[in-house]
Design a protein around this ligand. Structure first.
Ligand SMILES: *Cc1c(COP(=O)(O)O)cnc(C)c1O
Length: 375
């Protein structure tokens, strides 16, 4: 018997999540002095100064103790920030963990899990890993206002008596597309009460609030909605692995049964508590990203590419031909971007909005690559 066949049926059908390049590993391989890392939607502005102050110069003597399993201070800080009951909050080792935990908690073998084509890759993996049946719903066409975005009508029609879980990222990674308030509200009304709906708001802090709704505000009407958010993106704390879910407290207490007790480590809890209190920092990050996203998109368009509208800290660009040679040439010159072949978009690359000088450097590099390497 092959070892692989010892795995649970869902796991046998699973492939590992592709995390992209590790910048330091690839830098050493290429023998370059530094890399331009625009592949993982991290925040080049870094965390709040108060977080850096907190982490700097610690002796880590407190590393011998387990962290607060209840994450009391952090959950209060998150509750205060979004005006929700701390009992509504579940902490995760990044929101990725929570996306998987929710499937493990609510999906039994054979249950249907509905998510959009080009939706965040973790949705499908979480569905399969939990033994569920993935129901991938065709996306909107390339031609509309939300090209390749989730199709609200098709998503609603995919719901059945066997649907136990629905995933939607708003805005979505990698397309950058979003649902407005009316679209989301109309969809939620059509979801049967035997299904949990996850709204992944990893990019919440980056959005224009006039365009993208806060799904937490819809939870009074829809108690089966779970919103996930993260400290990895706008808060600049990807390395610490900390995210959270906001849900009905009754749903949170169900998640508490399956959550690993000490999944949120001490330093992540402390850093995140300081990070969420520094609203001015997050606002600076949002404004800088919005301005740079526009410039980056304009620069890419001027190189003849199709650029998808985005409410995140990244843009998706379509090269109109296989993007792999472009990606490889960029990499040789020290720039990391994210290939999209795994999403069935081999002509596209996803590019993180960097600092102003990084975006300038990237556009120059790309222009050179398109002119010299691929002429
Ligand atoms: C980055 C990202 C996440 C997960 O981030 P964590 O670091 O695990 O918190 C979740 N959803 C989307 C759509 C993302 O892009």
């Amino acid at each position: 018997m092959q070892i692989e066949q010892l795995a649970a049926p869902g796991v046998q059908r699973l492939t590992a999540y592709d995390p992209g390049y590790d910048p330091e590993t690839i830098r050493l391989q290429l023998g370059l002095p530094r890399m331009l890392e625009l592949g993982s939607n991290e925040n080049g502005h870094g965390p709040s100064a108060s977080v850096l102050e907190l982490l700097r110069g610690r002796d880590f003597a407190d590393a011998i103790r387990y962290p607060d399993a209840g994450g009391r201070k952090l959950r209060s800080a998150i509750g205060a920030r979004w005006a929700v009951d701390p009992r509504a909050i579940t902490l995760g080792n990044g929101s990725h963990e929570l996306l998987v935990l929710i499937a493990e908690t609510f999906v039994a073998p054979g249950d249907e899990v509905v998510f959009p084509q080009y939706g965040f890759a973790v949705f499908k993996l979480a569905a399969i890993g939990s033994g569920g049946l993935p129901v991938q719903v065709s996306a909107l066409p390339r031609s509309g206002a939300q090209p390749l975005g989730a199709d609200p009508e098709a998503m609603a029609q995919a719901l059945s008596s066997r649907t136990r879980l629905v995933y939607l990222a708003n805005p979505n990674n990698p397309t950058g597309t979003w649902w407005d308030r009316a679209t989301l509200a109309r969809f939620l009304v059509r979801v049967p009460h035997h299904a949990v709906v996850v709204i992944d708001e990893a990019y919440r802090e980056y959005v224009d609030e006039r365009l993208v709704p806060d799904a937490v505000a819809l939870q009074d009407l829809h108690p089966h909605v779970v919103v996930t958010r993260t400290f990895s993106k706008a808060h600049g704390l990807a390395a610490l692995r900390i995210g959270y879910a906001i849900s009905n407290p009754a749903l949170a207490s169900v998640l508490e049964r399956t959550r690993l007790t000490f999944n949120a480590n001490l330093y992540a809890q402390r850093a995140a508590t300081a990070a969420i209190a520094d609203r001015a920092h997050v606002e600076r990050v949002r404004a800088a990203n919005a301005a740079e996203r526009e410039k980056l998109a304009a620069g890419l368009k001027s190189l003849g590419l199709f650029v998808f509208p985005s409410q995140g800290n990244f843009v998706l660009a379509d090269f109109g031909r296989p993007a792999k040679p472009v990606e490889d040439a960029l990499l040789r010159r020290g720039a990391i971007v994210r290939p999209m072949g795994g999403y069935g978009l081999p002509n596209c690359l996803r590019i993180t909005v960097g600092l102003p000088e990084e975006n300038r450097e990237f556009l120059e590099l790309l222009e050179t690559v398109l002119r010299e390497d691929l002429a």
